[in-house]
Design a protein around this ligand. Structure first.
Ligand SMILES: [Cu+2]
Length: 169
């Protein structure tokens, strides 16, 4: 191999390494909010708006973003009754946001509770709390037909209209 040929290869692989590394970094900028939940079918609780889904049965992943305009994008989801979906929720704002699935009544009551106890810690399969520049997953099976909601229950956010709609057909 000639010297300039060798130099070319060195430069080529060096550039390749740089590209790969920056790609990893670009992807790594947003962190996952928590370790993935361990699915245990024996611990699944049924609710009026569905139940925790088995990650092995996910048919599609729906990307949802949240930001400081107090909106979800998309704001409406349509799923089939019985379908298990993964909601991948990204926080593109500068403050904490969350996505909590429920019936309109339950979410309104929960938001009320959050106003009274702002430091209340809550964690369940139907919710994802996501810090700025992070993302989180909810794996959910919509077992009941009807119209449900998802909302951010952080005090002030729900009141500002940070509410989305799920139509289960
Ligand atoms: Cu919010």
């Amino acid at each position: 191999m000639k010297t300039n040929e060798r130099l070319f290869y060195i430069a080529f692989f060096w550039a390749l390494t740089l590209l790969t590394t920056s790609a990893v970094h670009a992807h790594g900028d947003a962190h996952r909010n928590a370790a993935p939940r361990k699915f245990n079918s024996a611990q699944v609780e049924t609710t009026a708006f569905g139940q925790e889904g088995n990650p092995a049965k996910v048919t599609r992943t729906i990307q949802i973003s949240m930001d400081d305009t107090m909106r979800f994008n998309p704001g409406t989801l349509t799923v089939q009754k019985g379908e298990t979906v993964r909601l991948r929720v990204a926080n593109r704002g500068a403050v904490m946001h969350e996505l909590v699935i429920g019936t309109p009544k339950e979410l309104a009551e929960h938001a009320d509770l959050m106003r009274k106890f702002p430091d209340m810690q809550h964690e369940a399969p139907h919710m994802a709390h996501v810090k700025p520049n992070e993302w989180g997953d909810i794996v959910w099976q919509f077992t009941q037909a009807g119209e449900f909601q998802f909302a951010c229950l952080i005090p002030g956010h729900y009141e500002a209209g940070m509410i989305g709609k799920v139509v289960v057909k």
